[in-house]
Design a protein around this ligand. Structure first.
Ligand SMILES: CC(C)(COP(=O)(O)OP(=O)(O)OC[C@H]1O[C@@H](n2cnc3c(N)ncnc32)[C@H](O)[C@@H]1OP(=O)(O)O)[C@@H](O)C(=O)NCCC(=O)NCCS
Length: 159
């Protein structure tokens, strides 16, 4: 698996995963706009897959996106293709994003997640995010509360 910055050519595959995952998916245009935004940082996970004729093709299997405002990032999207979940792809994407945060000047990352979304909450907790509050009725289709979670980089203590 390769992790790399999202490019324009990835967007149709990314948007297809997005549509099959979320009740209010981002459009292809929304992803394309984010790629021209200097304050957005989007990564994809790519696998090489061989078809029946033996030809290799690059397939996008997951992605994560973050918008940056000064030293704070906000994760806007994370998804892994349904058939490939539970293989470490989501964790690899989040850990790469957190590893890249310092060079982006980001020391704190926030996100919202549906309170019923146990897989995502477990993933974020495993990667060091902590719940700081609940946003009542944040989500629609279906209506649901959002858990606000935050990750903060470990800053060195002054002695
Ligand atoms: C959330 C999501 C991105 C996780 O991706 P993934 O590649 O399946 O996750 P990983 O295999 O890397 O799992 C990493 C950790 O996440 C947690 N996790 C993932 N799937 C889980 C599940 N079904 N149940 C419980 N915990 C789960 C576990 O802590 C896991 O660590 P472990 O394997 O040591 O137990 C994926 O389930 C997904 O695309 N969901 C739909 C989209 C979504 O909900 N996005 C988040 C919106 S805020």
């Amino acid at each position: 698996m390769i992790l790399r910055r999202m490019e324009k050519r990835d967007v149709p595959q990314v948007a297809a995963i997005e549509r099959s995952t979320f009740s209010q998916p981002w459009s292809e245009n929304a992803f394309l706009e984010s790629l021209t935004n200097n304050y957005a940082y989007f990564l994809v996970a790519q696998e090489q897959v061989a078809n029946s004729a033996g030809d290799e093709a690059a397939v996008i299997v997951g992605y994560v996106g973050m918008y940056i405002s000064f030293e704070e990032g906000e994760i806007t999207n994370v998804a892994v293709a349904e058939v490939l979940r539970k293989n470490g792809i989501g964790e690899a994407l989040i850990r790469r994003l957190l590893a890249d945060a310092p060079k982006l000047g980001v020391t704190r990352i926030v996100l919202e997640v549906r309170v019923s979304n146990a897989p995502a909450i477990r993933l974020y907790e495993k990667c060091g995010f902590k719940e700081i509050g609940i946003r009542k009725g944040f989500y629609d289709f279906p209506k649901e509360d959002g858990s606000i979670m935050v990750w903060e980089s470990e800053t060195e203590q002054e002695v």
